[in-house]
Design a protein around this ligand. Structure first.
Ligand code: PLP
Length: 404
């Protein structure tokens, strides 16, 4: 069959859960993308915090090609070299002693939550099963993780929900105190809420949260799917806060665009995932882990991590300068290259419109909720691409201001 794909095919052949921009990207390099008609775009979205080393990174291409000529898939009846290397690197550089690989953020969180339930079940009994999560949080779209997430819009309308999940207020330790007790088996939190609007957890809040978890023997799960892997200028967010969680979940940037995810934990907790208790067909896939190994080596490089901090300042200065002229942003928040720009009151619910307008002006942006713009570019985006992208951002805001 000879098929020439065309944008209209999207609405004709795909289930309508997405509404993508109206041009089809066909090629990418670094932080630039080209669409079918050849026009270029600057990418400040990074595939939603996934393309941490840009598009078509030569080192990643080599890793993928070399592995593609060795072995693709084995199943978990066998182990493989790339998975063992990556697991060893993750253990050597973090609090973790054990690793579970899978292919998506939701799957990593699903594993973490099942592990926490299992751990409580084994050591404390079946009555200890309550999971505390936070309002506005996002943990994925599987049936369990979407209910753990703090957005009703995503979880309601699918019949009966799984029980044993309650939600506290982010950055409000009293709201946790009111809910936590000996029946709590785990608390799951994004140290920086991504989808919820780039909300940064306060140091004191996470410290108190950690204390409460210890007091009630509840496991502390950090969902670092979006804010981990160098995104905030440290290899992992828990290092920025200097807090030791019991479980960390990773996805997005860990594979830099190749589907890969991981759950990290300690020996003591990991042990309850004994033979046959959990699994995943693609978990630890050699192709994914081969890419993950090189991604890890590059991202954990000090120069790359320090670069994230410098680029943060560069982005922030540009945004501030644009705001001096147009006065449409209320707040710039976030750490490293996970940035949120809160729009002021006159622009509430315009998030999606602005993404469209930016795209028309040659720029890929993200939103997080409807009044926060989000930037999650490549960690190694060049200064020239930042400059060019900011010119296009300036144009976008100028047009927006005229229209309003
Ligand atoms: C994206 C995201 C997920 C879900 O990851 P998928 O790979 O889409 O399943 C979970 N948690 C956080 C914090 C995320 O940003």
């Amino acid at each position: 069959m000879n098929i020439s794909p065309n944008f209209k095919d999207f609405y004709k052949y795909m289930v309508p859960i997405y509404s993508p921009q109206n041009k089809i990207p066909v090629k990418g390099y670094g932080s630039k993308i080209w669409v079918q008609d050849g026009r270029d775009y600057i990418d400040f979205a990074g595939g939603i915090a996934v393309n941490a080393l840009g598009h078509c990174n030569p080192a990643l291409i080599t890793a993928l090609k070399e592995q593609a000529e060795k072995i693709w898939h084995l199943s978990n009846l066998y182990t493989n070299e790339p998975a063992l290397c990556l697991a060893k690197k993750l253990v050597k550089t973090t609090f973790a002693e054990k690793v579970f690989f899978c292919s998506s953020g939701a799957e990593a969180n699903e594993a973490a939550l099942k592990l926490a339930r299992r751990y409580a079940y084994k050591f404390f009994g079946s009555q200890k099963n309550i999971i505390i999560s936070f309002k506005k949080s996002f943990h994925g779209r599987t049936f369990f993780t979407v209910n753990v997430g703090g957005k009703n819009k995503y979880s309601k309308g699918f019949g009966p929900s799984p029980i044993g999940i309650i939600h506290a207020e982010f950055n409000n330790i009293n709201s946790v105190r009111q809910l936590i007790n000996n029946y709590t088996c785990a608390v799951i939190i994004e140290p920086i809420q991504g989808e919820g609007g780039i909300n940064v957890a306060k140091h004191s809040f996470l410290e108190n949260l950690c204390y409460l978890c210890k007091k009630y023997n509840a496991l502390l799960i950090f969902d670092e799917v979006q804010c981990g892997m160098g995104r905030i200028g440290k290899l992992f967010s828990y290092m920025h806060y200097n807090i030791k969680p019991d479980i960390v979940t990773l996805a997005k940037s860990i594979g830099c665009g190749f589907p890969l995810a991981a759950m990290l934990t300690t020996n003591k907790i990991g042990k309850v995932f004994s033979l046959g208790v959990h699994g995943s067909t693609y978990g630890g896939n050699p192709l994914a882990c081969a890419v993950g190994n090189i991604a890890f080596d590059v991202i954990s490089n000090k120069e790359v991590l320090n670069g994230v901090k410098t680029k943060h300042d560069l982005f922030k200065n540009h945004i501030k300068r644009i705001n001096l002229e147009f006065d449409i942003f209320q707040e710039i928040r976030g750490i490293g290259l996970l940035l949120g720009i809160k729009l002021n009151k006159n622009y509430i619910n315009r998030g999606r419109d602005i993404l469209k307008l930016a795209f028309e002006n040659g720029l890929m942006l993200l939103n997080a909720g409807n009044n926060v713009l989000r930037l999650a570019p490549s960690l190694i985006i060049s200064n020239e691409d930042i400059e060019e992208g900011m010119k296009r951002f300036y144009k976008t805001i100028k047009v927006l201001k005229k229209k309003n």
